[in-house]
Design a protein around this ligand. Structure first.
Ligand code: PLP
Length: 422
């Protein structure tokens, strides 16, 4: 994406844009592009899960799933996701719903106990710093904020985090313990980490001996086209680079089956898995294996997951196409915004004229269109350029996405024209 700039000629369009905006307000809309959730139509794709595992089906490989135990999760389901995530089954744990919990647990365990290869609890080593690529996922930043972890930002590129910037930050400062990465169809810019960037990230020298990359592969199989991109295999590359413990991968079925009742996954080196399980064993006697068996029976195998994701794609792709089409039609030649054209994931990232993102969100709100607050894609909710807006088109029906996007385009133009006229 290049920076959007204001064309002074836009000032002349201000009266017309004000009229257009006033007409938009008169429509009394009530639309919402804030929710990065599956729609009810998508959730319905997994409805038959609710009838599984069915009466009398209680065992999987001799394990009675109704009982305690099986801390690693059901092997049957782990095998399916090990194939999809490109990791050995032995290095993949299947847990309860919400991978965010596993991210939280990993960080809390690191703070309380330290990690393999480290020098004790992170909480006893002075201030801890995480590198946060921006724009990024607000909940990653919120976890750091809640746990008192300092955040420094690096820009995102179409190939993932700006690796030169990351390498410079981690090289000399031992307080830099971690990096957030969403490797496949990143939230919000849709980028995919290239093999080159992944190699650099797993092999770069770090001042902290216990530096960790939180590799949040939330959208590993969430393609919007028939081309099924695979992001680089960071766990394998890290082992090859002699830093086997550097990468911890997270994933879940939240946006495959049920966002509130899925299965989460954690994959890493054998050393990190043993470390994670050792502490996990105090927190739980075992995960919800009934839900895991239900998922394993529902999918059958990795091909079953892919086929299921194709059904999500049929619902989601037209909504994403509408977002980029309408932005193109309404803003294409105005030079007031740039936006991503994601090939997967759940978001479109829009950069508007610097200094106008908050104004666009405000204008949209006053016209009945809810947008994610400006700044949400940055640590502490502060976008220094007040430029980035995250759009989430998955929830509303297609017709509502179209109406909302037309309105958003008007707001972007009006905010830019206000600046041009000022
Ligand atoms: N990671 C990313 C990058 C996300 O965008 C989201 C949800 O929006 C999550 C994690 C949440 O995952 P889970 O539902 O497994 O906690």
């Amino acid at each position: 994406m290049t920076d959007a700039a204001v064309d002074p000629a836009l000032a002349a369009r201000l009266p017309k844009l004000r009229e257009l905006y006033s007409a938009l307000q008169d429509r009394g809309l009530s639309l919402d592009l804030t929710r990065g959730k599956p729609s009810a139509e998508q959730l319905d794709l997994s409805e038959s899960l609710l009838a599984l595992p069915g009466e009398g089906v209680h065992t999987a490989g001799g394990t009675d799933v109704r009982n305690y135990g099986g801390l690693d999760g059901l092997p049957q389901l782990r095998e399916i996701f090990a194939e999809l995530l490109g990791v050995p089954t032995a290095q993949l744990l299947a847990q309860d719903n919400a991978s965010l919990r596993l991210m939280w647990d990993t960080l809390v365990q690191a703070l309380l106990f330290g990690v393999p290869g480290g020098e004790g609890p992170w909480s006893q080593q002075g201030p801890i710093t995480f590198v946060c690529p921006v724009p990024g996922y607000d909940r990653h930043f919120a976890i750091c904020e809640e746990l008192g972890i300092r955040m420094v930002t690096v820009p995102m590129t179409p190939d993932g985090p700006d690796v030169e910037a990351v390498a410079a930050l981690v090289a000399d400062d031992p307080s830099v313990k971690g990096l957030w990465v969403v490797p496949t169809y990143a939230n919000p810019d849709g980028s995919v980490v290239s093999e080159d960037v992944a190699r650099r990230l797993v092999s770069m020298p770090t001042a902290a001996p216990d530096f960790r990359i939180f590799w949040d592969n939330a959208y590993a199989v969430h393609h919007l086209t028939q081309h099924e991109t695979t992001s680089a295999n960071a766990i394998e590359l890290a082992a090859e680079a002699g830093n086997p413990d550097r990468v911890v991968m997270f994933a879940s079925t939240s946006k495959i089956t049920f966002a509130g009742a899925g299965v989460s996954f954690l994959a890493s080196s054998p050393g990190n898995i043993a470390w994670f399980k050792q502490h996990l064993s105090f927190r739980s006697i075992g995960p919800d294996k009934v839900n895991q068996l239900r998922h394993a029976l529902f999918f059958g195998d990795a091909a079953g997951v892919r086929a299921h994701m194709a059904k999500h794609r049929e619902i989601l792709a037209p909504k994403f196409a509408a977002v980029t089409r309408i932005l193109g039609e309404r803003l294409g030649d105005a030079g007031v915004a740039t936006w991503t054209d994601p090939q997967g994931g759940y978001f479109v990232s829009v950069d508007v004229v610097p200094g106008t993102a908050a104004r666009v969100v405000e204008l949209a709100k006053a016209a009945g269109i809810a947008l994610t607050p400006a700044g949400a894609t940055f640590p502490y909710g502060q976008d220094p350029a007040d430029r980035n807006i995250r759009l989430a088109p998955s929830m509303p029906p297609l017709a509502e996405v179209e109406t909302a996007m037309d309105g958003v385009a008007t707001c972007i133009l009006l905010a830019a024209a206000e600046v041009a006229a000022a």
